[in-house]
Design a protein around this ligand. Structure first.
Ligand code: C2O
Ligand code: CU
Ligand code: CU
Length: 474
């Protein structure tokens, strides 16, 4: 008993704190938060804004002086933040210099399936892929990451991911890296030699207790304005974060996965499962310290009490414009009476509706522009559910509507153990009966093991004769 008390006092017990404890795990080192470079290219003579993106290997020092072998995009770990606006014509020039084939998927982007970067758009080693599209969706924080079937967990864990900002003019803090801060949150295992470790845990796969933010271990940030917007992305393979500040302060959520809310929503705690995003605005007083941290939930495989980001406000803060009362969010997806309901059951770590993913099978065929209810039931332990090429709003989880901060447009929803979520889903109008979009659990080990299905979007009225198989060349 006295030994136990001593361990708590010295902080040594943090590594084995029981669920329910709020003892915070401190990082092994502290480093200034890295801000990924911003790419916001001007249009060329052809009116196209080009983003060169090279997938490559490299070395990254998570621990000073001890480089790890990592993968990155245009750099050694993660990739640049890509900023664009609604109406822009954009082209991605993706070059694969990895020793393996991969893909690059634009998570949350509403575009034709053949540009989606899913498992059917493989880029061979040494190859390039250049999709081009017009951005036609509301302002939001999106992201990009590889999606090669069976290898996504490994490619993302090694460092391949980046943020995409579709800029708004809603009067929110918007100076990138100054009062508009990207936070790509990832858990990893960094060995004492500085190398990244790749041991899978049972059930959930790759997880760790070293929290990286934008690839920074033990991230700390100084802020200079009275209001700061953070764009939070859970870029982890499996970990679910219950985020809040150590002092319990409230903040305002202004956007979810797929865009702005209709009004800022005050809360002290948000949950983000892998792939989910939230934009929050936090108020600071001069000279004030604050710690963004994770709290334990009943879903995690361990306690979840991690320090995420240590913040200190400068002694002099410049005054930010007031937070607007209303925001130009799209509001809930309105599903017509008699809308089609499709049901999905997630079971084990590899099946949806009792089947594993088959690259050649089309599981669902949806008429373009449809609004449907997708009912997703989680049979056992924690999962989530992401749908490509759509926006949805959560109608309810086990009959309970979401809190205001979670009521905006989304593309990924958390499914706590043994719960059922009903989603109001709005599909795009891009049709292609030969190229599927994906839906899947975004716990990457589950996705790789087959907890994924494919759907095509076809002209209304052609569903019954649309092909139920697609050929996969990879
Ligand atoms: Cu973020 Cu199908 O992926
Ligand atoms: Cu996606
Ligand atoms: Cu899962």
């Amino acid at each position: 008993r006295s030994l136990l008390t001593l361990a708590v006092l010295t902080g040594a017990a943090a590594a084995c704190a029981p669920t329910g404890s709020t003892e915070m795990r401190r990082p092994r080192a502290e480093n200034r938060l890295r801000i990924p470079p911003l790419r916001d290219p001007r249009p060329g003579a052809d009116g196209v804004r080009r983003f060169p993106l090279t997938l490559r290997t490299g070395h990254t020092e998570f621990l000073t002086g001890k480089p790890a072998e990592t993968w990155g995009i245009n750099g050694s770990y993660l990739g640049p933040t890509l900023r664009m606006r609604r109406g822009d014509l954009v082209a991605m020039d993706v070059r694969n210099q990895l020793p393996q084939p991969s893909t690059l998927h634009w998570h949350g982007m509403r575009l034709p399936a053949r540009m989606d970067g899913g498992p059917h758009q493989t880029i061979a080693t040494g190859g390039t892929w250049s999709p081009q599209w017009r951005v036609d969706q509301p302002a939001a924080t999106l992201w990009y990451h590889p999606h090669p079937h069976g290898e996504t967990a490994d490619h993302v864990w090694r460092g391949l991911a980046g943020m995409i900002i579709i800029a708004d003019d809603a009067g929110l803090p918007a100076r990138y890296g100054h009062d508009d801060i990207p936070l790509v949150i990832q858990d990893r295992v960094i060995g004492d030699d500085g190398e990244m470790e790749h041991d899978k845990r049972p059930t959930f796969g790759l997880m760790g207790d070293d929290i990286l933010v934008n690839g920074t271990l033990g991230a700390q940030l100084e802020v200079y304005t009275t209001l700061v917007r953070f764009r939070l992305l859970n870029g982890s393979n499996a970990r679910v974060y219950h985020l809040g500040f150590a002092d319990g302060r409230e903040f305002h959520v202004v956007a979810g996965d797929a865009g702005l809310l209709t009004a800022p929503a005050a809360t002290a705690r948000i949950t983000l499962s892998p792939g989910e995003r939230a934009e929050i605005v936090v108020a600071f007083a001069p000279g004030e310290p604050a710690v963004l941290r994770g709290f334990a939930g009943d879903d995690d495989v361990d306690d979840g009490n991690h320090q995420i980001l240590r913040i200190s406000a400068a002694a002099d803060l410049s005054r930010s414009p007031a937070l607007p009362d209303r925001l130009p969010g799209a509001g809930p997806v309105a599903v017509p009476a008699g809308a089609r309901v499709r049901r999905f059951k997630l079971s084990g770590h590899d099946e949806i509706n009792d089947r594993e993913m088959d690259m050649n099978r089309v599981d669902e065929v949806v008429p373009a522009g449809a609004r449907e209810i997708w009912e997703v039931r989680n049979a056992v332990y924690a999962h989530n559910f992401h749908i490509h090429g759509v926006d949805f709003t959560v109608l309810d989880v086990d009959g309970t509507p979401p809190p205001a901060w979670q009521a905006g447009r989304k593309d990924t929803v958390y499914l706590p153990p043994k719960k059922t979520a009903r989603l109001a889903v709005e599909f795009d109008r891009h049709t292609d009966a030969a190229t599927p979009y994906m839906y899947h659990c975004h716990i990457l080990r589950h996705e790789d093991d087959g907890m994924m299905g494919q759907f095509t979007v076809v002209p209304p009225g052609t569903e019954s004769w649309a092909p139920r198989t697609v050929s996969h060349a990879g």
